[in-house]
Design a protein around this ligand. Structure first.
Ligand SMILES: C[S@@+](CC[C@H](N)C(=O)[O-])C[C@H]1O[C@@H](n2cnc3c(N)ncnc32)[C@H](O)[C@@H]1O
Length: 270
């Protein structure tokens, strides 16, 4: 996992900034329960099926700099952010004063059945098997009956959502060496089901500005920051880098990744 205390200063600029954050927040909003029956714009999980008229408490876990969190606030929604990195939380605190807590997804600083919505954007893929399972169990604990868990899934496969020449080279090597993702769709929905959280819908958002060029991929593969590249071995990565170097448009970013969100509903009436 990156050192997020060090990343904090550059995080927003290197992760798609406001455009990515707005796309993510918009995709989350479509999965929130409607405030009145048949409310327009509430698709996915809600689809007129789930309506909560009282104000919602939304806990954004792994909130980072709060660039998405701040966009989840709105009429009838009170937002909290939780992150274990002091550096990231400090940036978030400047955006949402008094609404950010330091804490772990594995042991949330929240009471049982105390929030209506838990969101996790780009968190589960960072946790190992035990950690991601604990984070889902914690989410189920803090959600009120009738609440929603909204999370990204299969984050590291998002770059291959649009077929292209770079994806054709990198995706098979990643698939061979990355191992099953801890945020895979069936794993997340299966674990959630075990805690009484039922899949109700999904949405997608574009990682604006996150598409990488062949040159950038070669740099990343050699940087030591990609764990599966270490497992693939030097010869395999050298071969992949040579193939990437032969592609046209060395500095032309390939299509932006498209990230998947799912909504899981906790049994009971809100
Ligand atoms: C990729 S960033 C995503 C930040 C934010 N959700 C966004 O979309 O911009 C992952 C964040 O999760 C936080 N994090 C990692 N492990 C965590 C844990 N066990 N509990 C809480 N936060 C964690 C990191 O500090 C980092 O801020």
């Amino acid at each position: 996992m990156p050192d997020y205390d060090r990343e904090a200063r550059h995080y927003d600029a290197t992760r798609g900034g406001d455009a990515r954050a707005e796309a993510a927040a918009q995709a989350i909003r479509t999965l929130l329960p409607a405030r009145e029956p048949g409310e327009a714009g509430q698709a996915g999980a809600a689809a007129g099926q789930f309506t909560v008229t009282r104000p919602l408490t939304v806990a954004d876990v792994g909130c980072g700099t709060g660039i998405v969190t701040m966009r989840l606030a709105g009429p009838g929604r009170r937002v909290l952010g939780i992150d274990r990195s002091a550096g990231m939380a400090a940036v978030a605190e400047a955006r949402l004063p008094g609404r950010i807590a330091l804490g772990s997804a594995l042991r949330l600083p929240l009471a049982d059945a105390s929030v209506d919505v838990v969101t996790m954007v780009w968190l589960l893929h960072l946790l190992d098997e035990a950690g991601s399972a604990a984070a889902i169990a914690e989410t189920a604990r803090v959600l009120r009956p009738g609440g929603f868990f909204i999370t990204t899934v299969a984050k590291n496969e998002a770059a291959w959502a649009t077929a292209n020449d770079l994806a054709a080279l990198v995706a098979p090597v990643q698939a061979a060496h990355a191992g099953p993702p801890t945020d895979g769709l069936s794993r997340v929905t299966g674990l959630a089901e075990g805690h009484g959280l039922r899949f109700t819908g999904g949405s997608r958002f574009t990682g604006c500005g996150q598409g990488r060029s062949p040159r950038r991929w070669r740099e990343n593969l050699r940087s030591g920051r990609i764990s599966w590249a270490g497992r693939a071995g030097q010869d395999r990565i050298a071969g992949l880098c040579a193939a990437l170097a032969a592609l046209p448009g060395q500095d032309v970013p390939r299509p932006d990744p498209v990230y998947q969100l799912v909504a899981l509903h906790k049994k009971g009436a809100a």
